[in-house]
Design a protein around this ligand. Structure first.
Ligand code: URA
Length: 244
């Protein structure tokens, strides 16, 4: 692989700003192949050279791919002056790695949110013409129209006249005064699930995204927790979105 400046590589991987990396190097905190390296401008081969910061080995990757179990109450944004963002839930080092959310979930929506540094990956999963399925579990108040399932299958017409792509609506039982429905969409319009349910006579009270294409939210992730996607998961998502 092409050689890269040590400080550039560590900045790209979220270990700090260029100035912070330089300070760490001067302080003897960075090793390359087991030897202390005090020159932040030293060239390294990110795949062949073993770089460590303190005791932690630096694993090179061109891009980050994470899944987050988004809790309700945080906004899908990298920065916001007034509200907590999904980015603030990531470990401190990853907050500086240039990650951004893939698409958007509403502030009160929970569940599977992907974050990445890979713009092509994000675009492929969110572009309407790629048709990657997104599955949601909605808790609905009010009675849905008797033909709601058929209307979803044909393409719901929203209040403003927008015709949605065909979608699946499947009942998932009732609890605490709400009826639960599983909704599978192939597009991502603003507040789409809420608007489709409203057009069918109900009101979404709770909303959780369960899956994106072949990727299902890891049940081991508590609300607010994230983990890196495995190589297999990234490959499957790329295949589903047609970029590989
Ligand atoms: N549809 C919505 O209405 N909200 C979301 O957050 C996602 C899909």
């Amino acid at each position: 692989m092409a050689q890269l400046r040590l400080d550039k590589m560590l900045v790209n991987l979220g270990w700090g700003s260029r100035r912070e990396i330089a300070a760490m190097a001067r302080g003897g905190k960075i090793t390359v192949n087991g030897e202390v390296c005090r020159s932040p401008d030293r060239k390294v081969d990110p795949q062949a050279d073993k770089v460590a910061v303190g005791d932690e080995e630096v694993r090179y990757q061109e891009h980050y791919y994470l899944m987050l179990n988004k809790p309700a109450g945080v906004v899908t944004a990298t920065q916001d002056n007034f509200q907590q963002t999904v980015l603030s839930l990531l470990p401190a080092r990853l907050q500086k790695a240039g990650l951004f959310p893939v698409g958007r979930l509403d502030k009160d929506t929970e569940g599977l949110l992907l974050l990445t540094t890979d713009g092509a990956f994000s675009h492929a999963l969110t572009a309407p013409r790629r048709h990657v399925d997104k599955v949601y579990l909605a808790g609905v108040r009010g009675a849905l129209a008797p033909d709601a399932q058929a209307r979803f299958a044909q393409g719901v017409v929203l209040e403003d006249g927008t015709v949605c792509r065909p979608a699946l609506l499947a009942p998932e039982g009732a609890a605490d005064g709400l009826q639960y429905v599983r909704i599978t969409l192939r597009e991502g319009r603003f507040h789409q699930v809420k608007r489709m349910v409203r057009a069918a006579g109900g009101e979404v009270v709770t909303l959780r995204r369960l899956s994106v294409g072949p990727l299902t939210l890891d049940p081991a992730l508590a609300p607010g927790a994230c983990r890196a996607l495995t190589e297999g998961e990234v490959r499957a998502l790329k295949a589903a979105s047609g970029i590989e």
